[in-house]
Design a protein around this ligand. Structure first.
Ligand code: FES
Ligand code: FES
Length: 164
């Protein structure tokens, strides 16, 4: 069956088998391999993307369920020349080692910062509970999210000052 999904602002129509998972659609049909498969059992969060603005584990969603919806993947957040504040935060605070968990971690953290621009350490840790990282111990990930929140708030203030 055909599905049409807008991914990172661009509409794609593809014929898929009804059992195709969204994560496989993104990786194999569209070549967006920044979304990772860590477990396939909805535990690890490596496959987290945004579906109509909400963070979801894309190994728990069928591609056909995303028909007509908007998906954002890690490739849609920033560019190497212009990193998203979370990407910059992970870079600056050494929030990754192997990096396998990082795209899902960032997509999940992006959802948190959209709803809560100034989260406490506890709120960050709570929000990232569904995202497993096997190698950082989370300390620098938390610092990276705090740094991104600080930078985003500062950018927002600068934008507001420019508008005033
Ligand atoms: S691959 Fe989806 S939660 Fe692990
Ligand atoms: S950086 Fe390796 S799993 Fe998180």
């Amino acid at each position: 069956m055909n599905v049409t999904v807008t991914v990172n602002g661009k509409a794609f129509t593809r014929a898929v088998e009804p059992r195709t998972l969204l994560v496989h659609f993104l990786r194999e049909e569209l070549g967006l391999t920044g979304t990772h498969v860590g477990c396939d059992t909805s535990q690890c969060g490596a496959c987290t993307v945004h579906l109509n603005g909400d963070a979801v584990k894309s190994c728990t969603v069928l591609a056909v369920q995303a028909d007509g919806m908007e998906v954002t993947t890690i490739e849609g957040l920033g560019t190497p020349a212009e990193l998203h504040p979370l990407q910059a935060g992970f870079w600056e605070k050494h929030g990754l080692q192997c990096g396998f968990c990082t795209p899902g971690m960032i997509m999940s953290a992006a959802e948190l910062l959209r709803h809560n621009p100034d989260p406490s350490e506890e709120e960050i840790r709570h929000h990232l509970e569904g995202n497993y990282c096997r190698c950082t111990g989370y300390h620098n990930i938390v610092r990276a999210v705090q740094e991104a929140a600080r930078a985003s708030r500062a950018a927002g203030q600068a934008e507001q000052a420019a508008d005033d």
